[in-house]
Write a protein that binds this ligand. Structure first.
Ligand code: 5AD
Length: 360
């Protein structure tokens, strides 16, 4: 019994032996069952605005994309979605957007208060880098969780893919403890397989998940958007092609499995990006490799297509009701059950280092 070290993580990420990988997925699935059980928590995702002030080189909603269609939901529309989340039996609602300053401290505060007044849903915010004052006010208003992916732990890569990252503010990694101190359950994560990402960097990302003691870990394959810098063929750095992480369902499942082994009691979604790349099978594979959360889309169907952070996102325009039925059937078919209540992270008493001996 020993914890996974950096070299072992790299070896797993590079491993292509399907029998050995089955051992990894099996171990991650067993760890998931032991620490967080068979419940799959459903978080209703509402994409409240496609406006963004940032210039990220990977995201279709970056400020410079003139072809992106911008929309902003009003408070009444958002509240309706939260009420629908509750009716569908989802214990929480995730409010996500580009970095849209129009949702300022006051308007978000009022929105959070009204959702808390009208529903019993937990509220997760995913609104990008905002000020500690805003985060504090929203937490006071009742927000429970905050998602802020650090995207990569490599400072050079981080700056390259966030060309307008303000130089004099703490890096995203340093902002996560601020959120934790404010009392949020904190989620972070990375994209898998964007140009310039090496196996070493990704291994460091995974070790950082463990060090940060994250409550939620969201990872998904990178999907190239034509109207971005990556879409034009730009690369942040030249690397040996054999060291480039690929964007694939297999790689995403390996990262989910390793994240589960490193953080046994975290909430880990089988993400929309994984389902976009691998369809229903991709989503199921995520759930069988250590994931225990799904984020069904509750954005009104007429707006969904415009929240295009990557192509093919939100290709399903089925109503929330239909999605829910399909989801419940799918969970049943793999022996899992929909989570009840808000689905807060319960910290396990067990040591957090994995008791898994890699066979490689
Ligand atoms: N491919 C995959 N994931 C992406 N994200 C943004 N753009 C892309 C893309 N092109 C992810 C980022 C962000 C989250 C909301 O979506 O990790 O934090």
């Amino acid at each position: 019994m020993h914890s996974l070290n950096r070299q072992e993580i790299i070896d797993w990420l590079k491993n292509e032996n399907s029998r050995e990988l089955d051992d990894l997925f099996f171990a991650a699935d067993a760890t998931r069952r032991k620490h967080v059980g068979d419940e799959v928590h459903l978080r209703g995702l509402v994409e409240i605005s496609s406006y963004c002030r940032s210039a990220c080189t990977y995201c279709g909603l970056h400020a410079g994309n003139k072809k992106a269609i911008r929309y902003r939901m009003n408070s009444e529309q958002i509240l309706k979605c939260a009420i629908q989340a509750e009716r569908l039996g989802y214990g929480s609602v995730v409010l996500q957007s580009g970095e849209d300053p129009q949702f300022d401290m006051k308007s978000m505060e009022q929105l959070i208060r009204s959702i808390k007044r009208e529903t019993t849903c937990a509220i997760t915010l995913s609104l990008g880098e905002r000020s500690p004052e805003e985060w504090a006010r929203w937490r006071d208003a009742g927000a429970d969780r905050y998602l802020l992916r650090f995207e990569t732990s490599d400072p050079f890569l981080f700056e390259a893919i966030h060309p307008d990252a303000l130089r004099n503010i703490p890096s995203r990694v340093d902002q996560l403890p601020v959120l934790r101190q404010l009392g949020y359950q904190v989620g972070s994560g990375v994209m898998i397989g964007f140009p310039g990402q090496t196996f070493e960097t990704l291994a460091d990302d995974l070790l950082l998940f463990q060090d940060l003691d994250l409550d939620m870990i969201g990872v998904g394959p990178f999907l190239i958007h034509p109207e971005t810098a990556f879409g034009t063929g730009w690369v942040p750095r030249e690397i040996d092609p054999t060291n480039q992480v690929e964007s694939s369902v297999d790689m995403a499942c390996k990262v989910i499995a390793l994240a589960r082994l490193l953080r046994p009691d975290a909430h880990i979604p089988s993400t929309t990006a994984l389902a976009t790349l691998g369809g229903v099978d991709g989503r199921i594979r995520g759930l069988k490799s250590g994931a225990n959360v799904i984020m069904p889309n509750l954005t009104p169907t007429d707006l969904r297509g415009d929240y295009a952070i990557y192509p093919g996102k939100n290709v399903s325009f089925e109503t929330a009701q239909v999605c829910r039925m399909e989801l419940f059937d799918m969970l049943k078919s793999i022996g899992r059950v929909p989570g009840k209540g808000p689905g807060h992270r319960k910290r396990s008493q067990a040591p957090t280092n994995p008791s898994f001996t890699p066979k490689t």
